[in-house]
Design a protein around this ligand. Structure first.
Ligand SMILES: CC(C)(COP(=O)(O)OP(=O)(O)OC[C@H]1O[C@@H](n2cnc3c(N)ncnc32)[C@H](O)[C@@H]1OP(=O)(O)O)[C@@H](O)C(=O)NCCC(=O)NCCS
Length: 165
């Protein structure tokens, strides 16, 4: 398991003790809770997170606050030997937002993807999610000219953004 100190990245954590690390199987119940908090209108069911963990354990990172639990996570769908991958999810608990954790999680996973020789990283974001769009733009992601209509089904338009590493 790789463990990356969170303060390797741009913003140090509040108490210096949070770590960005690879997910472990025992994190799954808390990850489900975290995902429900981050995405109350459409969280992953447990079985989906379980299967994503089975498929992509190396590219599922959590922000571990020790006895305070998990504060965030990022997940990448990473086909084997692919030069192109998708960020599938990024979430930070409500009480920890605006402290640089989302940026740190993205920086950690993008560093990992660069090391894996990935060339192109894609993601989708709700067109009204200005916070996430601003974060992704600041990391170098470019948005398509318009959201794709009904991308995730009726009335679930999404903006597709791409970063070339
Ligand atoms: C999107 C999310 C992960 C950002 O995490 P965060 O830890 O709050 O973000 P950070 O503190 O690292 O801020 C990173 C950047 O986001 C943007 N940002 C943060 N808060 C913002 C706000 N209130 N308004 C506009 N932009 C904002 C800024 O560009 C900020 O850059 P800065 O470092 O120059 O301030 C978090 O808000 C979240 O979990 N939201 C719910 C789930 C979600 O929408 N996930 C994204 C799905 S695509």
């Amino acid at each position: 398991m790789s463990t990356l100190p969170a303060d390797d990245f741009r913003t140090p954590t509040a108490n210096g003790s949070s770590l960005i690390r690879q997910v472990e199987e025992t994190d799954l119940p808390e990850l489900v809770r975290l995902d429900e908090e981050a995405f109350p209108e459409g969280p992953y069911p447990f079985f989906t997170l379980r299967q994503l963990f089975d498929l992509y354990p190396d590219h599922m990172l959590v922000l571990d606050g020790g006895e305070n639990g998990l504060h965030g996570y990022v997940l990448v769908g990473m086909p084997r030997d692919a030069h192109r991958c998708w960020i599938l999810s990024l979430g930070v608990t409500r009480d920890r937002r605006g402290r640089g954790y989302g940026r740190q999680l993205m920086a950690a996973v993008l560093r990992q993807l660069r090391d894996d020789a990935v060339r192109e990283v894609l993601l989708t974001v709700e067109p009204s999610n200005i916070t996430a769009i601003e974060l992704y733009k600041s990391l170098g992601f470019a948005a398509e000219s318009a959201p794709r209509k009904d991308y995730f089904g009726p009335n679930a338009d999404r903006l597709v953004m791409t970063l070339h590493l």
